[in-house]
Each structure stands twice: as structure tokens, then as C-alpha cells.
Ligand binder design. Structure first.
Ligand code: DQA
Length: 154
């Protein structure tokens, strides 16, 4: 018997302070927790025929290492780099080296906020950016990623 083909794996990576979702500035980030985000991603991925590896870290180096791991094991990266969006050349370089489709997600509309949040190193290399839709942005990103992967494999 031919074994079923493995589902394409999408890494869903979350940066610093996103473990505080639900408690942290709910007027900006909403009341959903990171567990709620993970549940939404899992449901969405199942519907789309994707596997996900959902992670959060407060460390820049750890985030860079996880991106490096993706090169040989993932079909795409959905990333909310949180504050490292605006500061990390190291993260941008790691994403470039991964040579995978990358979708950047932010819960808030970073362009409506302080000027320092209008700069994104990640946007300089991302395939696309979704911001301002709260946690729904993750479902939108996974939907777009499924299309990108299908187009590539097509
Ligand atoms: C964020 C926006 C960033 O500016 C901020 O540092 C975050 C969260 C968002 O999801 O809206 O931590 O990435």
C-alpha cells in the first residue's frame, strides 16, 4: 500500500511578549490568549491540509535558530516577530537564508501606531504582510500560505 503523502509543514513562529496575549494591552491586542491563537491555527491548518509547528519565544537568538531549522523541514513560515520586527537584522538575514515563502503577521495595524513600528526589517524580505485583523490574521496568513505552497508544488 502507498502511504499517504505527508502534509506540507508550516512553521508558525511568535516573538517576544506574545506569551502575554490576553493580559497584555487588551485594548490593542485583544483578549484572546496565545493558546487561542494556536487553536485557531490548528483548526485552520487542518481545514487547509497543512501541518503546523506553532512556537513562541522571548529570545532573538532562539527565533533565529528556529528559522534556520525551517530551511530543511518546512514548506513555509508564518511569523509574528513582535518587537524584533522593528529591530532585528539577524532575523531578516535568517529568513532570507531559509529560502521559503514567509508571511509576516501582526495583530495590530502597526502603521496606525508609533513611528518606530512603521519600520519592519522582516517586510523587506517577506512574501506578504497581514496586520490589523487581530488573531484572524493568522488564519488569513495560513490560507495565503496554502495557496503559495500549492502554486510552488503545482
Ligand atoms: C505586534 C506589533 C509589534 O509592534 C509589537 O512589538 C508586538 C506585537 C502585533 O502583533 O501587533 O509585540 O507584532
Amino acid at each position: 500500500m502507498v502511504p499517504p503523502a505527508a502534509l506540507p509543514l508550516v512553521a508558525v513562529l511568535n516573538g517576544p511578549n506574545l506569551n502575554m496575549l490576553g493580559l497584555r494591552q487588551p485594548q490593542i491586542y485583544g483578549s484572546a490568549t496565545l493558546d487561542d491563537v494556536e487553536a485557531l491555527c490548528a483548526e485552520t491548518a487542518e481545514r487547509l491540509g497543512l501541518a503546523i509547528d506553532f512556537r513562541q519565544t522571548n529570545g532573538e537568538g532562539e527565533l533565529v535558530s528556529w528559522v534556520q531549522e525551517c530551511r530543511d523541514r518546512a514548506a513555509g513560515i508564518v511569523i509574528n516577530p513582535a518587537a524584533y520586527t522593528h529591530t532585528s537584522v539577524a532575523l531578516m538575514d535568517a529568513l532570507l537564508a531559509a529560502e521559503l515563502p514567509v508571511i509576516e503577521v501582526h495583530l495590530s495595524n502597526i502603521h496606525k501606531r508609533e513611528a518606530f513600528r512603521h519600520v519592519s526589517y522582516v517586510s523587506k524580505m517577506a512574501t506578504g504582510v497581514i496586520c490589523g485583523f487581530g488573531i484572524r490574521g493568522y488564519a488569513l496568513a495560513l490560507t495565503a500560505m496554502a495557496d503559495l505552497i500549492e502554486e510552488e508544488d503545482g
